[in-house]
Design a protein around this ligand. Sequence first.
Ligand code: SAM
Length: 301
Amino acid sequence: MNELLPALYDHLEPVALRIARRAAEFEPIDAQRAYLIGVSRQIVEHGSFKAEAPSLVSPPGMEGTLGWFKLLDTHLEDFLAGHVGAREIIAEGGGRLWETFQARDLVCAVFGHGVARALAPLLPAADVLELGTGTGGTTRRMAADLTTANRVVLSDLRQSFLDRVAAELPGVRLETAIVDINQPQTGLGQFDLIFSTNCVHVAKDLPVTLGWIRQCLKPGGALVLGEGSHYSEVVPSPVSLVLSLFDGWWDVPTSPERPQPGFLLPEHWFGAFEAAGYRNMSMERWTDGRRTFGGVYWAFA
Ligand SMILES: C[S@@+](CC[C@H](N)C(=O)[O-])C[C@H]1O[C@@H](n2cnc3c(N)ncnc32)[C@H](O)[C@@H]1O
């Protein structure tokens, strides 16, 4: 169990609940707003989010997450009425808020830390691929351990992200590649380890994505994912409210196997791994009973 997460989410819940109560009163004008209003109504109707913060001062390290909540708070009614678009709100946060959130905020960092810690003993002489490297919230934590790997390929949709992270990994036998997880990849080679933190849940067709990833693993190789989770099938994660601004979160096609957009619950990951032909699945699960926060998943080819 990651001991930090309950305290962090105790601080997010009152902020999220105040926004959810306002959003729940709106009627949607399009699919993106319908998602935000839908998760808001789930939060309000379930009634389990704390209304009061546990202390007046938020723990340090949540500035990125709270920064996104503040922007949504400021623009909520204008966004829901269609007077302002999600892209304008995101642009107001800009690259700096994105990086503070992704690479340094504790709400994200615990997942990168969990993946880095899980992988460290397996890196010597390994061929390794990362999907969705982003601003390097996971990769930078692995800088020393990655020097022992045989081949390290960092990938994302944007080369600028990769160049910045690569510059901070001296001594690593490093390559970068543009990889869209929604496009089956050939030609990357075969890997002992493929890892990804909070990226693979954006897959539009999870069986296809998990299938091509398995094809890129050597026999016995491992896929290691750090992934957040909704609290349950009926209670979304509080961060769903702010992530509803981002394409790739709210617009993922759902199915009986993957009933909610955004994060998957552990049972849905395990079902998806099995359907894609993985074996020996396991996870380090982070939950406090009432809430599932996610964790680190292992699935072997
Ligand atoms: C939440 S960030 C996580 C970044 C990083 N893994 C970390 O731990 O800090 C998700 C990353 O996935 C990337 N991403 C989004 N959609 C993607 C896609 N279809 N294929 C590959 N990467 C994608 C984004 O560019 C972003 O860098």
